[in-house]
Design a binder for this molecule. Structure first.
Ligand code: PLP
Length: 421
């Protein structure tokens, strides 16, 4: 049988960086064993204090008459569980003073699904025959967006300014001089903190992007998968923002519930209700379990304490250790820079003048049992195919146990040194 796939089918099923990543991640986690150093995926750590709370919540659900049945045996409305949304709206009003009601929220089956809906809602082929795009004001940007366009490439990206901030440290900045918002731009999108780099766009950068979006009558989408109020995996000062033209996404994944597939969109009611309609068409309703586990924690504020007192300090330390091991292992063996680690779960390493591509480096490391992500995947939407920088970087996750991360870093040092030899 020779199955033929549609354009949409090819776009979604024709192979992608995120597909390769999730395959590596799932296989490595399923196989277990000592011989794989998995520094590739976005798997959050299993933090004992956090897992103890999920266990406690499951026991409470089991112990409360009718709660298990409501969680497992009901369809929730496609917009999300009403109690969950009420508590979330309350938290956003109390914590940040945002003027949001329940009509500003929509739950999705993970943040990833929220992006598929939002990008295809706003960009692509329009009723007037035009074709609109999503502007990424700074790449590298989250690999998971890359293949989400229902009608081909949806992105236009702008290369960043590279600022050296230390002997072996750099930071990407939005290059506002190169940022042009043409008529075919449907929305601006950033992740903050950024996956893959751990960059946190400054308040000034966000305020400028927000003003630009507003002035052009288009939304600014802020992917807050690692941001405040939860999981708050931010190691620097950053003010959370929301406004009627801002579409903010949150997720329960990085605080420790990726298996529940719970994403949240906070947006103008017209956008929130469109997302909920899309959920009903694609999936009828959303997974209930994460919402049931998290709702009382959101209502009581316990989730904020968990984020601020347990999750954030845990990753601050993970990041610090990973950087220390990079400095120890890399020494002065070759030229390298670490992107300033301001949040999220990754270190982004840059090897200026790397004689092989980062893709080749990925293959060589994989043969030695170390899985990282080649940096080139994160530069989608750029017109300049020849920019060497896009083949000189890699992303490594620092959430795994210390031995895995330390040994993985040692092997990276050896392979990069060989490449330069
Ligand atoms: N956005 C960013 C920046 C991410 O890193 C991820 C996951 O790694 C997601 C969105 C999607 O996460 P989820 O679908 O688990 O909520």
């Amino acid at each position: 049988m020779n199955f033929e796939f549609s354009n949409l089918g090819q776009e979604l099923a024709g192979g992608s960086g995120i597909g390769e990543l999730m395959e590596d991640l799932g296989n490595a986690l399923a196989a277990g064993g000592d011989d794989i150093r998995m520094l590739g995926g976005g798997q959050p750590a299993h933090i004992p204090e956090v897992n103890a709370i999920w266990r406690r919540r499951m026991e409470e659900i089991l112990g409360e008459p009718g709660a298990l049945e409501r969680m497992l045996a009901n369809y929730d409305p496609p917009k999300g569980n009403p109690g969950f949304i009420r508590s979330l709206a309350g938290m956003c009003r109390d914590q940040f003073g945002w003027e949001v009601g329940e009509e500003h929220f929509a739950v999705t089956a993970g943040g990833q699904t929220a992006f598929f809906f939002l990008f295809n809602l706003l960009a692509g082929d329009m009723a007037d025959g035009s074709r609109k795009k999503i502007l990424l004001p700074l790449v590298p940007e989250y690999i998971g967006y890359a293949n989400q366009g229902g009608c081909g490439n949806l992105f236009r990206a702008v290369p960043p300014k590279i600022e050296k901030t230390g002997e072996h440290e750099f930071k990407y900045r939005v290059d506002f001089d190169q940022l042009e918002i043409t008529d075919d731009i449907a929305a601006i999108c950033v992740s903050r903190p950024t996956n893959p780099t751990g960059n946190v766009l400054t308040d000034h950068e966000i305020s400028k992007l927000s003003k630009l979006a507003k002035a052009h009558g288009i939304p600014l989408i802020i992917d807050n998968a690692y941001g405040a109020p939860f999981p708050n995996i931010i190691f620097t000062e950053a003010t959370p923002v929301w406004d009627e033209h801002i579409i903010l996404t949150l997720s329960l994944s990085k605080i420790g519930l990726p298996g529940t597939r719970t994403g949240i969109v906070v947006a103008h009611p017209k956008i929130a209700s469109a997302v909920s309609e899309m959920s009903s068409v694609v999936g009828l309703s959303n997974p209930n379990i994460g919402q049931a586990i998290a709702e009382p924690l959101i209502k009581s504020g316990e989730i904020l304490r968990l984020a601020n007192e347990t999750v954030q300090p845990f990753y601050v330390e993970k990041s610090r250790l990973a950087q220390e091991w990079v400095r120890e292992s890399f020494g002065e063996r070759f030229d390298y820079y670490i992107h300033r680690s301001e949040g999220a779960l990754f270190l982004w390493l840059w090897f200026p003048g790397l004689p092989i591509t980062s893709r080749e480096l990925y293959e060589r490391l994989k043969k030695r049992g170390v899985l990282i992500i080649s940096g080139h995947y994160f530069f989608f939407g750029l017109e300049d195919e020849d920019w060497p920088h896009r083949h000189e970087c890699l992303r490594m996750t620092f959430t795994m146990d210390e031995r895995t991360v330390q040994e993985g870093i040692r092997t990276i040092a050896e392979e990069v040194e060989k490449a330069f030899a």
